[in-house]
Design a binder for this molecule. Structure first.
Ligand code: PBG
Length: 335
């Protein structure tokens, strides 16, 4: 029917319908479900270790045995996936800990896959936690400045991703933002026979103040300078679309936008323009701000957390990565 007919009927006043829970459910456009949640976890060498991250109440650096406990609880609550970060025993200028076959992430992946084979284990692929200078790539220092070398970094990233998959990771998620890393990782995985292992690319990752608390959690703050030479300018949305298009071209299977709440416009455009499975990473400061306000009794933590996650889904996210995943899954189950 075309709008041609509209004029032939009397205009009705807009009305409020009689609301019942069943009608509301029928008409609801967006649904929040535990099956979309991913919980980030921080692994660190040791046993029975639970080191609280001060700026992120409820988040800990965990030894593999404790991380398994945390992952088990999340999984029982209905969270289908975790995203692993690692804190190595030692850092150096080659990020050796990132691709060591018995590195902290590799060990933890093996343990998780042994005890929780149904849990989807995603690994963050980056070098900043393993580099003595805390940058995401190889650094060239001269008398007058220091630069991040894009291309020499690619091989180390591909090695890191391959070692994660060899340990049993179900998916890799490169977060470094070097140009060409998705292609380099895809080629390496294919060459090793891991042709069916997906890549979730941090495709539009902005240079953001919202990562502050994470750098305490992952002990990955850059020792000099900042990440603006490889992360994106928060002012740029069209550039984000170009970054995403490049990652698709190189073989990304899932596209991530990060941070989430302050970047819902980017999330919406990525979903609408590319139609790929899309992930929103609700980053550390998004979590810390909620926790701080909740601790003061200023907000309703549960309502605010679920509303924020719903907004990310409404904007276009299929996958929600959040430090509140286990709580959110429990709240959703309670209804
Ligand atoms: C590593 C990485 C960071 C985050 C995820 N992977 C930090 C950064 O880029 O500085 C941030 C996650 C968060 O803040 O929760 N490159």
């Amino acid at each position: 029917m075309s709008l041609h007919f509209v004029g032939q009927f009397p205009a009705y006043r807009p009305r409020r319908l009689r609301q019942t829970p069943a009608l509301r459910a029928l008409m609801r456009e967006t649904h929040l479900n535990a099956s979309h949640l991913v919980l980030p976890l921080f692994a660190r060498t040791g046993r029975k270790l639970r080191r609280p991250v001060a700026a992120m109440p409820g988040v800990f650096q965990l030894s593999p045995d404790e991380l398994l406990r945390e992952a088990t609880q999340a999984h029982q609550a209905g969270v289908p996936a975790v995203l692993l970060f690692g804190l190595p025993e030692a850092k150096d200028a080659k990020a050796s800990g990132a691709y060591a076959s018995n590195g902290i992430v590799q060990q933890t992946v093996r343990l998780l896959k042994k005890h929780l084979p149904q849990l989807l284990v995603i690994t963050d692929v980056c070098l900043c936690e393993y580099m003595e200078h805390g940058h995401c790539g190889v650094v060239h220092k001269s008398a007058k400045d220091a630069r991040i070398l894009n291309d020499p970094t690619l091989d180390l990233l591909a090695r890191t991703a391959a070692s994660h998959v060899e340990a049993g990771a179900d998916m890799v998620a490169p977060s470094d933002m070097m140009d060409g890393r998705v292609g380099a990782i895809r080629q390496r995985l294919d060459r090793l026979g891991f042709t069916d292992t997906p890549i979730m690319s941090y495709a539009a990752k902005f240079a953001s103040a919202f990562y502050g608390p994470f750098r305490e959690a992952a002990e990955s703050a850059p020792q000099f300078g900042d990440r603006r030479s490889y992360q994106m300018d928060p002012a740029n949305a069209n550039e984000a679309m170009r970054e995403v298009a490049l990652d698709i071209h190189e073989g990304a299977d899932i596209l991530m936008v990060k941070p989430a709440l302050a970047y819902l416009d980017i999330l919406q455009r990525v979903k609408q323009e590319f139609g790929y499975p899309t992930a929103a990473y609700s980053v550390s400061a998004e979590y810390s701000m909620v926790k701080a306000a909740a601790a003061n009794g200023w907000i309703d933590e549960r309502a605010l957390t679920l509303e924020s996650l719903l907004a990310m889904k409404r904007a276009g996210a299929d996958i929600l990565i959040t430090y509140a995943a286990t709580d959110a899954a429990r709240w959703l189950k309670e209804g």
